[in-house]
Design a protein around this ligand. Structure first.
Ligand code: APR
Length: 250
């Protein structure tokens, strides 16, 4: 499973490139880059504080819950998400690979320093101090997210690549599939022989490459997909558990 901002849209969390998209109001370069942070850490943190408050006032929606249901129904299920809002975890998902980090964590920025890049939970909301400082050395903290021009966390990227190249099926939900390397994962899965289905309110650059595109809101489509898949799974298990009574009459 690969998800993007479209999954959180029905929870009231703006996407990045949609009508109400964040990147329509702000320039990504002005807020989601190391250079922007170095230039004005107060501005960047004020923006994250605004998003953290917005997310904490939101609830996981039916799509998040359906994805957590699918995880409980399948051993070896992995959720690779580009979302940094933590709503998947709040919905009960556990096997999560956060490709772009998480806005509820932060890292120390002082280099060299014993706590350089040390990740800490930053759950205070709203932040009483902007920008927040490292409790160890008093240096600036930065959000534990991947900004433009930065590499993905190596462990998360490697894990997502292993999952994509070994899965039998992949659902790609609510992503515009334009930001790499995340956007290449459905193609990695496809080339490895997986059945790849996209769920989105609009076609995307990978629509011509995947096996099927289910057009609709994730909150409407995913509960339906989850219940049908889990039902089929149940039937398959019953059939294999009792082949005789489930075989065609002689
Ligand atoms: N249900 C399903 N899909 C939806 C819904 C919805 N309710 N609402 C919007 N979408 C779709 C849009 O059509 C679009 O294809 O979700 C996608 C959201 O795309 P983006 O805003 O580009 O978000 P995402 O793909 O997650 O962005 C990738 O870019 O800005 C960076 O780091 C940030 O992780 C983010 C990355």
């Amino acid at each position: 499973m690969l998800t993007g901002a479209g999954v959180s849209q029905e929870s009231g969390v703006p996407t990045f490139r949609g009508e109400e998209g964040l990147w329509r109001q702000y320039r990504a370069e002005e807020l989601a880059t190391w250079q922007a942070f170095e230039t004005d850490p107060r501005l960047v943190w004020s923006w994250y504080d605004y998003r953290r408050q917005l997310v904490s006032d939101s609830e996981p929606n039916a799509a998040h819950l359906a994805i957590a249901d699918l995880e409980r129904g399948f051993d070896g299920f992995t959720l690779i998400t580009q979302n940094t809002d933590g709503l998947h975890e709040r919905a009960g998902s556990e096997a999560i690979v956060e490709l772009h980090g998480n806005i509820w964590r932060a890292r120390c920025t002082r280099e060299p320093c014993a706590c350089y890049q040390t990740v800490c939970e930053l759950t205070e909301n709203p932040l009483s101090e902007i920008p927040p400082l490292c409790a160890e050395c008093g240096a600036l903290l930065r959000p534990d997210v991947v900004w433009y021009g930065e590499p993905l966390p190596m462990d998360a990227y490697e894990r997502s690549h292993v999952v994509a190249s070994s899965c039998e099926a992949m659902l790609v939900v609510g992503t515009s599939a334009v930001v790499h390397p995340a956007a290449s994962l459905p193609l990695v899965a496809k080339h490895a022989g997986a059945f790849v289905v996209e769920v989105n309110t609009a076609y995307t650059p990978i629509s011509a490459l995947v096996d099927a595109t289910l057009l609709g809101r994730a909150g409407d489509v995913m509960p339906e997909v989850a219940s049908r898949v889990l039902e089929a799974r149940g039937e398959a298990e019953r059939a294999s558990a009792d082949p005789v009574s489930n075989s065609a009459p002689a």
